[in-house]
Design a binder for this molecule. Structure first.
Ligand SMILES: [Zn+2]
Length: 135
């Protein structure tokens, strides 16, 4: 693969299962075993009821576009401009900040609530980024 020069995340002990699953092209998120709510980003306790009784599970990778902005300003580690910064609401409930790709960065081509599905972008041998495209 071509050398990737963009910004890269640094996995932590709390997020390692998430990044490892992305490398295998699977989206793992967490769910609270007390109140049954799914949540994102990864953390060792439920953000709603604060229980530590939580588990990982594989999400469908499907959802809808909750919100977006088309960025035209250069930002080191991102781009090329323009590109779409998106918040996707997963079918399982949680929202993820991501990029919408494989669509023209044109407000006439993108609308909230449009169905989207995950695309796994292998940017290095260690990191795969979750992005989304129109479904
Ligand atoms: Zn809970």
């Amino acid at each position: 693969m071509a050398e990737y020069t963009g910004a890269l995340p640094t996995p932590t002990p709390e997020t390692r299962p998430y990044w490892d699953a992305l490398k295998e092209h699977r989206l793992l998120i967490q769910r609270c075993k007390e109140c049954q709510r799914a949540y994102f980003y990864p953390r060792p306790f439920c953000p709603r009821c604060f229980s530590f009784n939580v588990e990982w599970f594989e999400a469908s990778g499907r959802g809808k576009l909750y919100s977006f902005v088309i960025n035209h300003r250069p930002a080191p580690g991102f781009g090329p401009e323009p590109y779409v910064i998106a918040v996707v609401e997963l079918d399982e409930g949680p929202r993820m900040m991501t990029n919408l790709i494989d669509v023209e960065p044109d407000p006439d081509k993108i609308s909230c609530d449009m169905p989207v599905r995950i695309v796994y972008e292998d940017v290095t041998t260690e990191i795969t980024l979750p992005k989304f495209r129109p479904a």
